[in-house]
Design a protein around this ligand. Sequence first.
Ligand SMILES: [Zn+2]
Length: 151
Amino acid sequence: MRCPFCGHPDSKVIDSRESKKGISIRRRRECESCRRRFTTYEKVEEIPYMIVKKDGTRQMFDRQKLLKGLMKACEKRPIALAKLEEIVEEIEAKLQERPDKEMKAAEIGQFVMDRLRDLDKVAYVRFASVYRDFRDVQEFKTELDTLLKDK
Ligand SMILES: [Zn+2]
């Protein structure tokens, strides 16, 4: 890897660290000429992940959109952003394992709801009310009642 400071073509790796979910590798390098240090990241070439909607159409998985949805559900709740990023990473890891790189929207929704249910009941209900298609108000109310009884 060419040194960004002096342009020398060779550098040696002094440290490699894999990210939590193994999605990227960070390498610290040292230029063999000027000895200055720089960082490179290695990532698997991104294959677009697809979400299969109920009607069978596909939509590209958008991590930012999912994270935003989670943040909205957790607004003013005592939940660290890192926790939400973890949920998104878990879904990405699942998608990566799938041979077809696809997941049903309902499956993702269910996974997120399971996680939120453990984290924060209010966030769970907020997310569920948006993500899950409650057939009617009664169904939503039943779900709420079940949750409240759990306490
Ligand atoms: Zn150099």
